[in-house]
Write a protein that binds this ligand. Sequence first.
Ligand code: CMC
Length: 429
Amino acid sequence: MTDSLTVRDNRTGLEYDVPILDGAIKAADLGKIKAGDDTPGLAVYDPGFVNTASCRSSVTYIDGEKGILEYRGFPIEQLAEKSSFLEVAYLLINGALPTKAEYDAWVHEITYHTFVHENVKSFMQGFRYDAHPMGMLMASVGALSTFYPDARNISDADNRHMQIVRMIAKMPTLGAWAFRHAQGKPYVYPDNDLGYTANFLSMLFKMSESKFEADERLVRALDVLFILHADHEQNCSTNAVRSVGSSQVDPYSAVAAGVGALYGPLHGGANEAVLRMLRRIGSKENIPSFIEGVKNGNEKLMGFGHRVYKNFDPRATIIKKACDDVFEVTGVNPLLEIAKELEKIALEDEYFIKRKLYPNVDFYSGLIYEAFQFPPEMFTVLFAIGRTPGWLAQWSELVQDKEQKIARPKQIYTGPRTLDFTPASERWA
Ligand code: CMC
């Protein structure tokens, strides 16, 4: 058996042998199939890239049918239980676990780049009082490219490393300041005596105390949430980072595009939507009529369904456990009962079973975030902070991949052709 596909073009009667490599054929090979010399080659029509591989990647492995997620080969369950977010970030970026010396140097670098230029603070203060923190984060991470113009030198490995460190270090600062802005509270500078996640909580919640000390259990729970969100192969925002990065722009601009993509309710914005949905449902009695509305196509059950996971989302299982740990400190979120009942009813319903719709990472994460006293607008910011190492690992892989080209999909043109243009003055006369 040879690893190839034999295609017969019934328009011409010609047969083609298309090689299969790694379970895929090259779209360019299909492009050689033509109905005539002056007709375009065969293209693949795939809105949403449902069955198109855009790159080779060694960052993250997912088996959606089996519910497997691995970063650089390590199962997410083990990383969530035994690692830390900064170690996972190192792993994603560098492809291997750090030695003690490498880890210490990495933590030191990240810790000492948490401050941002004072002008970043002034322009963030210029946003409207009710600006959505994701809009602020997207704008401010993009603006960092103007503070580090050397970042456009993407072919230099040391330079890439510098920008990667800066971005992982500064995202919590930008995210926390966006949060403080909405609350009308003074921005809190980083405390470099604290670890990555503890410092983030300090920048979010510190008031007049000389040192903010978060409950260790909450620090750990948030660190785990960051780990769970750190990468997810070619999802919408990563594809945005890669697509924009393929123009060889600096990584701040590429990551700003990722933040924009993540902002949408079908992607990172889903956890915010879940909370709003649970609040709207209000009580367990209203669940059946809500489910009916979903089945009639009036709305979606937010936090359910995934393009890749068709049995369960392994991140959702870990988060459900983290819920218990957090609620032990903060007290139970009353919406949890509605969420659990909703999940139970949906998982027994033919509509959801048939479509293989299961809770995804966002179904429970919002409940935890709310227990931290984050308003829903902040949820996606937390997702973005966690996803930053993944975006950067994928971006770094992209810029070193000799097979990559500027992202430029084809289209199937459906509009009119060769019309005659009449100037406005004649048309309107
Ligand atoms: N509620 C009700 N029906 C749904 C849902 C849902 N949440 N998700 C999918 N369906 C239905 C959909 O209407 C379709 O039905 P039919 O075959 O009758 O037309 C079928 O299931 C297949 O759905 P699809 O839209 O073709 O699936 P997709 O792979 O294009 O979309 C998704 C994946 C995540 C965008 C979608 O499931 C969804 O909108 N879910 C709600 C939003 C959400 O929770 N997003 C977070 C994703 S996980 C975090 C992340 O990585 O960003």
